[in-house]
Design a protein around this ligand. Structure first.
Ligand SMILES: Cc1cc2nc3c(=O)[nH]c(=O)nc-3n(C[C@H](O)[C@H](O)[C@H](O)COP(=O)(O)OP(=O)(O)OC[C@H]3O[C@@H](n4cnc5c(N)ncnc54)[C@H](O)[C@@H]3O)c2cc1C
Length: 416
């Protein structure tokens, strides 16, 4: 069994950012996961980021590692505002960031996490057992993909969640119903149509909400009226962006509502024409039932004109995510109950530390404690420095096994 100071589970934007900060502090740590895997495996080719480019930088301990720096280094065009980054460019940016700042990512899955007298015991898909004094869970939102119960008996060949696809071209020539009115549903619908599928969108809400574009440039007066924050633009965005510490002091029900609900389902302005001009949108329709009809799926809908049946080759459900710690799959049961879950997420301190001392959570599960910023790449600018500083100060008390980043990488390649 090997021992380390810190294990980070997950190598997405949060895991990479925290590792970059710990590396700079010389804190020995290991990172388990595949670099930017969510963006490769759970988002479709052709997708664009909804966040503005200026809000899509990973947090690094020094300047020079933003998406704009990556584009400048690789001679690619980059605009801070109004020109969305593609999924492909964002993945390459994440890889570039990792190559320079987090070269010690180990491509293994964590199968179990339990507590020991020393701290934590982690078992990986390589059958390795590691003990760590601190653990950061940076496993993102995908484990919480939510399919409504109406689809629970439908086979995956007929009904799937948006996050199960990285390539929608396999639906070319098929009839597909997309359920949902948020960005994932609307962008999947646009990509499906552009890749040769016949698509309709069904949503429960009154209508699709479309965002309006931000101004192309921001004058001082505009910035006072509608300040630019990483999370989004406007005073509520500024408050959620700058004051996660204050957010922790608010009543629980308010935190859950705003942490998970702020910036709710809507489509990006640049997607609107690709959807509205080409794809039928059935608002105010609820799916009552989904059944198999040969190799097709039959949906029973309830809409403003009563009930109707719709048949399709496939249903793609853009039905979002519901936090539920048990669904992470690697936390031992007793650990889950100690985490004192709120809305399926652990209760966290302002250092993102859970009720189990030394166990930290980032990303979407941190949103009910620290606010909506945590759900986005922009949140890495809070979590990266905050978690790493807390880990450094807490390890000082028990004796820090400091190592340079170079020695960590050399050690790992010797093991390999
Ligand atoms: C369709 C979609 C579009 C989005 N668009 C945007 C956007 O435009 N802008 C924005 O700011 N945010 C966007 N988000 C939110 C986005 O997921 C986060 O901002 C960002 O990816 C969060 O980073 P993360 O590191 O917390 O999680 P992730 O990027 O999800 O990374 C988590 C990592 O943990 C790994 N992992 C999980 N379980 C294990 C395990 N047991 N062992 C090892 N590794 C594990 C995963 O493989 C993954 O690589 C989007 C989300 C979705 C679903």
């Amino acid at each position: 069994m090997s021992t380390t100071d810190v294990v980070i589970i997950g190598a997405g934007p949060n895991g990479l950012s925290i590792s970059a900060h710990l590396g700079r502090m010389g804190i020995e740590h290991r990172v388990f996961g595949r670099t930017m895997e969510t963006w490769r495996a759970n988002m479709p080719v052709g997708m664009m980021l909804k966040s503005e480019p200026y809000a899509s930088d990973l947090s690094a301990p020094e300047a020079g590692f933003g998406a704009g720096d990556y584009c400048a280094t690789t001679h690619q065009e980059y605009h801070e505002r109004l020109t969305p980054l593609s999924r492909e460019r964002f993945i390459s940016y994440g890889d570039w960031f990792a190559d320079q700042l987090v070269p010690n990512v180990e491509d293994v899955r964590v199968h179990s996490l339990s507590t020991t007298s020393e701290g934590f015991r982690i078992e990986t898909s390589d059958d390795e057992c590691v003990t760590a004094r601190r653990v950061v869970v940076a496993t993102g939102i995908i484990p919480f993909a939510y399919l409504p119960s109406v689809f629970k008996d439908a086979p995956p060949e007929l009904v799937s969640h948006t996050s199960w696809h990285s390539d929608l071209s396999r639906f070319s020539g098929k009839e597909v119903v997309v359920v949902g009115g948020g960005q994932s549903a609307l962008e999947s619908a646009a990509l499906l149509r552009e890749q040769g599928a016949s698509v309709k969108v069904v949503l429960r809400g009154e209508k699709v909400f479309w965002n309006t574009p931000n101004p192309a440039t921001v004058s001082l007066t505009q910035n006072i009226r509608r300040p630019v924050a990483r999370l989004c633009e406007g005073w509520p965005c500024w408050a959620f962006d700058h004051l996660p510490d204050v957010f922790t002091l608010m009543p629980k029900s308010w935190r859950v509502e705003h942490g998970l609900g702020f910036l709710g389902p809507s489509g990006s302005w640049w997607l609107r024409e690709r959807v509205e001009s080409h794809i039928p949108i059935w608002a105010r329709h609820k799916v009552l039932d989904a059944s198999t009809n040969g190799d097709r799926v039959l949906l029973q809908l309830d809409g403003p004109d009563g009930r109707l049946a719709v048949e399709a080759d496939h249903v793609v459900a853009g039905t979002g995510f519901r936090l539920d710690l048990a669904r992470l799959g690697f936390l031992e049961d007793s650990l889950v109950s100690q985490l004192d879950p709120v809305a399926g997420a652990p209760k966290l301190t302002r250092h993102l530390e859970s009720k189990v001392s030394g166990l930290f959570f980032t990303g979407a599960p941190a949103a009910p404690s620290l606010g909506p910023l945590m759900r986005f790449v922009a949140g890495t600018h809070f979590t990266g420095p905050r978690v790493s500083r807390r880990i450094r100060s807490s390890l000082r008390g028990v004796g820090l096994r400091s190592k340079s980043r170079r020695s960590m990488v050399e050690e790992r390649s010797n093991v390999a």
